[in-house]
Design a protein around this ligand. Structure first.
Ligand SMILES: NC(=O)c1ccc[n+]([C@@H]2O[C@H](COP(=O)([O-])OP(=O)(O)OC[C@H]3O[C@@H](n4cnc5c(N)ncnc54)[C@H](OP(=O)(O)O)[C@@H]3O)[C@@H](O)[C@H]2O)c1
Length: 363
């Protein structure tokens, strides 16, 4: 098979990690970041197909830094001259220097400023991570602005680019937990202003693609998990502290952040016009109760539960993306071990809880 598949051609499906491939645990953030940014061969192959530069918008958040460095390391491993440019507001923290030290160029840009996107570099390949979720209940106007005005600026600035847009599983309403999760054809009728602004983000990219020749892949992500944030850390901390875990939102999907970042980058090959749509998560539906019990065994403390599982949950079916790119490489079991060890020794937490238990759409 040619390394750069044409639209519709099958892509390589790399094998998942075996236990022997995986670290037993992480004790420092440097080890964790090194693992999260270590490219596997399928990504190294696919990165050869990108013309320089690769621009990552919204790169200053939870996913962008490791995604940008992963892309840079994949290009290095492929001996492919690809400049990776990370764009965000970069409001004063260490992220910008962290990226620059690892070979990623950075640009500060507020995509809500008039004509801001006009000052961004030309490119044929974009990853779009910009979004705002938390704080919506307090300031819904800001959420609507970030999730609509910025997409419009970017879609109009890059009318011929190939773009992977990160969307969210929140675009679906709660569905029956027994049904295996929403497929990409499910109606986008969620509850709450954040989720509806996220629908608007998708619709604006689709609307602009109807009028230009951009190719787009929309990825609806359900809970990336790192050791510094994510639903597994949220559960593990509650178990470790003996805090009650509400079971009403009783089921979830998730994916190791390294796998999510790899699939986001490989999904550039899945961009099309009209835009293609994909759910991004591991293929399994995980019960909160079972996962908390497994974390409890690893942490040596039985979880405390309250409430009972409701019949509905926010769930997605990722069969389409798993068929196109191969399943995510990192098994949940490894992630549970890493998380329990990290939480038990007081590893750093970014203080960004997922609020996975929210059912009324208020974030
Ligand atoms: N992480 C997950 O589990 C998850 C789950 C579902 C969906 N997603 C989607 O995936 C995307 C990336 O996830 P993430 O966790 O990295 O999100 P995040 O931590 O919220 O990062 C998004 C970044 O967008 C940037 N941004 C916001 N407003 C901006 C503006 N006006 N101009 C330029 N940049 C702006 C911010 O960086 P600066 O402050 O530096 O500007 C922010 O850190 C999100 O948009 C979200 O919709 C993520």
């Amino acid at each position: 098979m040619h390394a750069c598949a044409r639209a519709g051609e099958p892509l390589p499906s790399p094998p998942p990690f075996t236990t022997a491939d995986l670290p037993a645990r992480f004790t420092t953030e440097a080890e964790l970041d090194d693992f999260l940014t270590r490219p596997r061969s399928a990504l190294v192959e696919s990165i050869r197909c990108l013309t320089s530069p690769l621009v990552v918008l919204g790169a200053g958040g939870k996913m962008g830094p490791t995604l940008a460095v992963l892309a840079h390391r994949a290009a290095e491993a492929a001996a492919h001259p690809l400049e990776v440019i990370a764009v965000s507001r970069f409001g004063g923290g260490p992220t910008r220097a962290w990226l620059e030290a690892r070979g990623v160029k950075t640009l500060s840009c507020d995509l809500l400023a008039p004509n801001a996107a006009q000052h961004l570099p030309d490119t044929s390949n974009l990853v779009y991570l910009v979004g705002l979720k938390f704080g919506t209940a307090r300031n819904p106007a800001a959420t609507w602005a970030v999730n609509t005005l910025a997409p419009l600026q970017v879609a109009q600035r890059y009318p011929r680019a190939r773009i992977v847009v990160l969307s969210t599983g929140n675009v679906y309403p709660l569905g029956p937990a027994s049904a295996g999760g929403a497929t990409e054809e499910a109606p986008l009728t969620p509850l709450g202003e954040y989720a509806n602004a996220a629908v608007a983000r998708e619709r604006l990219f689709q609307f602009c693609a109807e009028r230009n020749s951009s190719t787009i892949a929309l990825l609806r992500l359900f809970y990336a998990v790192d050791l510094r944030y994510g639903i597994l850390v949220d559960l593990a901390k509650r178990v470790a502290r003996g805090e009650p875990i509400d079971l009403t939102s009783g089921y979830f999907n998730c994916i190791w952040q390294g796998d999510a970042n790899e699939m986001v980058l490989r999904a550039l090959a899945l961009a099309s016009n009209p835009p293609s749509v994909w759910n991004l998560c591991r293929p399994e539906v995980f019960p909160v109760r079972t996962i908390a019990e497994q974390l409890g065994v690893l942490l040596g403390r039985a979880p405390v539960f309250q409430g009972l599982e409701a019949a509905t949950a926010l769930l997605g079916n990722s069969a389409r993306l798993c068929a196109a790119l191969g399943p995510p490489a990192t098994p949940l079991e490894a992630t549970l071990h890493w998380t329990a060890h990290w939480v038990a020794r007081g590893g750093r937490d970014w203080g960004k809880p997922t609020h996975f238990e929210v059912r009324d759409g208020r974030y």
